[in-house]
Write a protein of this length. Structure first.
Length: 389
């Protein structure tokens, strides 16, 4: 078999991975580079500080790396003819009818104006439906009224995932529908919440729970046996940590929030997966959607979907040099132009470069300290590109 990744490059990839692992750094990781059928995996460290060793099949909470999976299942439903990308979502989500929009994003909840048009499936897929995260929210001296209200309703739409807190899908979408939008539908990119709404939409369109929609349209066809909204075998699930002034602290243990089925399967940040499942998902895109999507759907999911005006309101702190397609980012400039993927704030990254026939996956369980990905992700992606033979 031809070497598409150089031996010296793979040795460097291994050294870079090892340099990030330690009890005060990242307790354990799985890092994969795949090119033209050749695959190399590093499984290093432990599932918890002082715990069992990480293995290739270890499980990780993938947080926002769930978003491309949610986008793909919606596109699969479109390929089936169950909905269209320009459909108004009120056909299935009447809770989102007759929207009101805040006059100011940080203003009182009753200071609103009417939405200029209904929300469409495209608006949800591109995160331009009018509700979601802004970096200004997290820098405000006092919580904005809409942020406080969303927290009181347990939406978990404007912060980190919390499966045990979210109500059932019908209650969740009703609660979201009780809040005004932050922007007019189609006006600007607002992070995160669109993917959560898409999960409710998928369930309403098909008449079955969102977890079953994912299983039948994505996971089973692609052989993604370990991807789900919870981990039945918690002995394989890494402990999630966050960095405190006193060192690493447990954010979620294996017996924590992902150890049982949640009431709300969150399409924005709820999945557990492993490196080979995410590789299978990546290779589906490189094979023009084989078994899951049409070639046309793959094209739509991997091209820039934002107008300049929509992107101008996005904020570089989140997109950090990329643009947005349908539930995932795309690189539009530089030597990696055309690559796509997305990262998860609990410690994962997933990158696919069709021009190089390359996949790079990094799985840790160290919660991000800032909106920018921790160095381990960029360092291993750079090492993977240097390994191209």
């Amino acid at each position: 078999m031809t070497d598409h990744l150089s031996p010296s490059g793979l040795e460097s990839f291994a050294k870079v991975a090892a340099s990030h692992v330690g009890p005060e750094k990242i307790p354990g990781l799985v890092a994969l580079v795949w090119r033209k059928g050749q695959v190399h995996v590093e499984a290093l460290g432990s599932l918890s500080v002082g715990g069992l060793p990480v293995r290739r099949d270890s499980l990780f909470r993938i947080a926002s790396t769930s978003k491309p999976v949610t986008g793909a299942v919606i596109m699969a439903l479109i390929c089936e003819g169950l909905l269209r990308i320009e459909d108004e979502v009120v056909n299935w989500l009447p809770e989102l009818a007759d929207r009101r929009v805040l006059q100011r994003v940080d203003g009182p909840l009753d200071d609103t104006r009417p939405a200029e048009r209904p929300i469409t499936v495209r608006d949800l897929l591109t995160f331009t439906f009018g509700f979601g995260m802004l970096m200004e929210m997290f820098m405000a001296p006092e919580p904005w009224p809409v942020v406080r209200a969303a927290a009181d309703l347990h939406l978990c739409a404007l912060g980190p995932p919390s499966p045990d807190e979210q109500p059932d899908p019908d209650s969740w979408i009703a609660a979201l529908g009780s809040l005004p939008l932050l922007a007019q539908p189609g006006q600007r990119w607002l992070y995160n919440t669109g993917a959560s709404v898409l999960g409710v939409l998928a369930a309403r369109v098909t008449g079955v729970p969102f977890a079953d929609v994912l299983r039948t349209r994505i996971f089973e066809p692609l052989g993604m046996r370990d991807s789900a909204f919870w981990a039945p075998d918690i002995s394989r699930l890494a402990t999630a940590y966050w960095q405190s002034p006193d060192g690493l602290q447990v954010w979620d243990p294996p017996e924590g929030q992902w150890s049982h089925p949640p009431a709300f399967g969150d399409g924005a940040a709820g999945l557990v997966s492993n490196v080979d499942d995410l590789l299978a998902f990546a290779r589906m895109f490189l094979a023009d959607g084989a078994l899951v999507l049409s070639k046309e759907a793959v094209v739509e999911m991997t091209r820039d979907q934002l107008t300049p005006a929509q992107r101008a309101g996005a904020g570089e702190a989140v997109l950090h040099g990329r643009s947005w397609s349908l539930c995932q980012s795309v690189i539009t400039k530089g030597p990696r132009r055309g690559a796509f993927g997305w990262d998860g704030g609990l410690g994962t990254s997933w990158l696919v470069d069709p021009a190089q026939d390359l996949v790079v996956i990094v799985m840790t369980q160290r919660v991000w300290d800032s909106p920018q990905p921790p160095a381990v992700h960029g360092d291993l992606q750079d090492a993977a590109y240097r390994a191209i033979a």
